[in-house]
Design a protein around this ligand. Structure first.
Ligand SMILES: [Zn+2]
Length: 258
């Protein structure tokens, strides 16, 4: 099982080398924008690299939204990113679970997720696994509380959806990290990737603020235990650039024995 980092998209393989990372995750476009990804000059190098590649979809993608001016572009953008990520040989496209907003019914969000997968099937099918990530907050979020995650999985599980467990989001979202892998797997049957992050925000604070391992509010041994129990690759999305992330990766390697 491999350990890596979320890095700047300009030169992901160089960033991986500088951290001793066996996996990298990056954005293909501005995470706050609706731009369609362009072909990359380093596509062949990424495809042929020993480093495992993961792509993170833009944050603004919200396929659960009841607002069709957000939902429809999100659906299309997700598919465009899936195709572009597959061109790079990525192992998965990570996307946040999304939310429906204050006054809407979460059932709409789960149904919209189902429609997003149906759209993908009608558009040639997903060329790589979509890994839905749990979130720390969001008004009426689809994948913050695990009782909601269970309803989401009733909608998307049959499409082969994958799951990315973010330890910061789980903790800040109000899910106990003790025994978390078993609780997730009872719902999704799988954990494809761990986002191994400490949290600046407190338990159930709803704050999405990542910290370096051991610096925040989470007992780092619980993050190590989650990686071990999941048997999944882990990516740190922590601050401090190469130096901060190299230290986090070394810590995880030491503690997990990888
Ligand atoms: Zn994450």
């Amino acid at each position: 099982m491999r350990i890596g980092a979320h890095v700047d998209p300009a030169a992901p393989l160089e960033e991986a080398a500088s951290r001793g990372a066996e996996a990298v995750q990056f954005f293909l476009t501005d995470p706050q924008g609706y731009k369609t990804p362009k072909p990359r000059d380093d596509a062949a190098a990424l495809r042929e690299s020993e480093v495992d590649i993961y792509v993170h979809a833009p944050y603004i993608v919200n396929v659960a939204s009841p607002n069709n001016r957000i939902r429809i572009p999100s659906r299309k953008l997700l598919m465009a990113h899936a195709k572009a990520a597959a061109e790079l040989g990525a192992k998965g496209l990570i996307v946040h679970g999304g939310h429906v907003g204050k006054d809407a019914d979460l059932a709409t969000g789960f149904d919209n997720w189902r429609k997003a997968f149906e759209y993908a099937e009608s558009d040639g099918g997903l060329p790589l696994p979509i890994l839905i990530e749990n979130t720390a907050g969001g008004d009426n979020a689809c994948a913050r509380r695990f009782d909601d995650l269970a309803r989401l999985w009733e909608a998307v599980g049959s499409f082969g959806a994958g799951f990315c467990l973010d330890t910061c989001h789980a903790f800040a979202g109000g899910e106990d990290l003790v025994g978390i892998v078993d609780r997730v797997k009872a719902i999704t049957g799988r954990i494809d990737l761990i986002h191994a992050n400490d949290s600046k925000g407190g338990f159930d604070s709803g704050q999405d603020r990542h910290d370096n391992l051991g610096n925040g509010k989470i007992d780092p041994e619980l993050i190590v235990a989650a990686i071990r129990a999941a048997g999944a690759p882990a990516v740190v999305e922590t601050p401090g650039g190469s130096e901060g992330q190299t230290a986090d990766i070394s810590f995880l390697r030491e503690r997990t024995g990888r």
